[in-house]
Design a protein around this ligand. Sequence first.
Ligand SMILES: NC(=O)c1ccc[n+]([C@@H]2O[C@H](COP(=O)([O-])OP(=O)(O)OC[C@H]3O[C@@H](n4cnc5c(N)ncnc54)[C@H](O)[C@@H]3O)[C@@H](O)[C@H]2O)c1
Ligand SMILES: [Zn+2]
Length: 717
Amino acid sequence: MAVKAKKALVDVDKLTKAQAKVELMRLALELEGHDKRYYQKDAPTVSDAAYDALRRRLEAIEAKFPDLVTKDSPTQTVGAAPARGFAKVQHAVPMLSLGNAFSDEDVTEFVERIRRFLKLDADHIPVLVAEPKIDGLSLSLRYENGELVRAATRGDGFTGEDVTANVRTIKDIPHTLKGRNVPAACEMRGEVYMLKKDFLELNKKQAAADDTIFANPRNSAAGSLRQKDVSITASRPLKFFAYTWGEMSEPPADTQHGMLEWMDKAGFVVNPLITLCERVDDVLEFYNKIGEERASLGYDIDGVVYKVDRLDWQERLGFVSRSPRWAIAHKFAAEQATTILRGIDIQVGRTGAMTPVARLEPVTVGGVVVSNATLHNEDYIKGIGNDGSPIRDGVDLRVDDTVVVQRAGDVIPQVVSVVLDKRPKSAKPYKFPDTCPVCGSHAIREEGEAVRRCTGALICPAQAVERLKHFVSRLAFDIDGLGEKQIQEFYEDELVMSPVDIFTLRERDGRSTRKLMEREGYGETSVRNLFDAIDARRNIELHRLIFALGIRHVGEGNAKLLARHYHTIENFREAMLAAAKGSKDEENTTEAYQDLNDIDGIGEIVADAVVEFFAEPRNVKALGELLHQIEVKPAEQPRKSSPVSDKTVVFTGSLTKFTRDEAKAMAERLGAKVAGSVSKKTDYVVAGEDAGSKLTKAREHGVAVLTEDEWLKLIGE
Ligand SMILES: NC(=O)c1ccc[n+]([C@@H]2O[C@H](COP(=O)([O-])OP(=O)(O)OC[C@H]3O[C@@H](n4cnc5c(N)ncnc54)[C@H](O)[C@@H]3O)[C@@H](O)[C@H]2O)c1
Ligand SMILES: [Zn+2]
């Protein structure tokens, strides 16, 4: 199972101390890089199995040379420090990791260790609670007098990231604890996760907007929770299972299973599969049963956690460095198989992105036949990431290679490694095409980007068809009877070449081509229904239209933000055309661009993509033609009647009554616009402590400056 490295590694037993020291340093550095990408960026570059193999080697070397173990070795630390951009939260009780068991013997040994430690006699077996190990990210929720006051990620175990506002959008998490038995201070802990079907759906949406694609449900849960824009988190289907706790002023039970029952009564979701086990055989049976059901659970689990049930025993057992002695994670083996890479195909997407796909000799991985696997991009094939870091230990992929395939998080098949010994002499490094396989246009890769794109936006059929498919997709125009299949056919017959053609189908019917009715699969009724369905969509919501345009990085969420901000299509179009005037300058200084960039939740990348779209005359022309055929409903405005509706507010300085995200969300709910910088359009500046240049600027412009309390009073809170 171990991933083969380029050079054979020296047996741990044969390492000299000097060699061990060097290798420990190298491994620590490599693991640290993986931890950063996994925990902070939610974008790992190696599989968990490859990561675990590196870790196990480091552990083996440390076991042989215990005096080489340093305080900051990966075996002594947890996770990674909080990422920049999040406020830090100190955990009252540290959040640790878990020791691992990979075999039945490891589990027996775990139980033996407990018995020896507690000096139990031979026939006295501690009762264990077996819990599915949910593959998400752990979260700590602090309740004071039953009210949720703070939520934080694990971070490095001691300090986590403040995600309070994000967490308030998760339905499974109660804002107030139920029942009479509520401790004054309690830190509830558990796992934030995403259902597999929701993950696939989200990735589809992300792909349609040419936005980040997540490797598995775990990364998408982490990436969705750890958002600076809370409205993005709110739009993601996150779920939560409670299973442990940190500080607990008056513990409501004295066993693990008792605590779980209390959590359920207090209003949390507790995993229904958790089982009390009296014998080692029972836990192993549970492990095997869950392993069989794994694929159909709906969410990913990567093992089973066994915990000593009696809390007084948990207390006595305590901790070793980064994990408790009273619990262990029994991991599932990764679902892997070996097969041959037969070829690499290039798919061209709606935005011209060229995605390589591996054509594999069909092979069964964990009960599912796999014949394709995504290869992500050019660098993934090369084995060297955009930032120069190695992928698969730096081994490239070649056609005819024997490769190890894995279903990551049970869902998307991935090529995790190459069996170099089996590489045929004739196998040549793969040369990524620099022209589009569909239209032959030049394909370029912009600096800092991983993706190579076809430049033939308007002449490239792959892009045109994909753009049209996107235009009629569910979150865009969503026209009954006009799906991907029909679009493909109509495009090939030159009936529909651009969006406006959809709306002139009826008047053009039979003019230069045969009537639709005469086409195979159509009759009088179905054609009438199609025309009616098209007509029904002549009146469209603004956010659907914006989404339908297929602008890079503009998914459903961003389309809604833009629609809400600009309210009507006229406003939006005018503002974007004004902003596009500055698009060729080194820095876009137009007021329209500043305003766009200041929308809460719209970053520079998105703003630039929108402006780029409007800077292309052919796009503007196509939109103009379309608007002759349709009517666009103004976006719904948030609550009108608040004292701050339509006012522009800037928050600055360090706020103590609420976080910056909460303040923004609150203001926007009341219909105010929240801007990032002070201008003459600003109505209020709400200043916390140490407010700097924005305060000075507010005074210059004569803008009203409020304290946090004055602001709360103004909005009537
Ligand atoms: N691919 C990479 O680059 C990369 C990088 C870093 C870590 N990883 C992966 O992350 C894992 C190691 O991370 P870790 O330190 O979080 O340890 P871990 O995932 O092995 O175990 C600890 C975690 O299990 C979770 N958990 C789920 N259900 C639980 C339950 N019922 N009770 C208790 N805990 C439960 C908690 O979040 C807890 O923090 C490994 O699987 C490793 O492969 C991968
Ligand atoms: Zn092309």
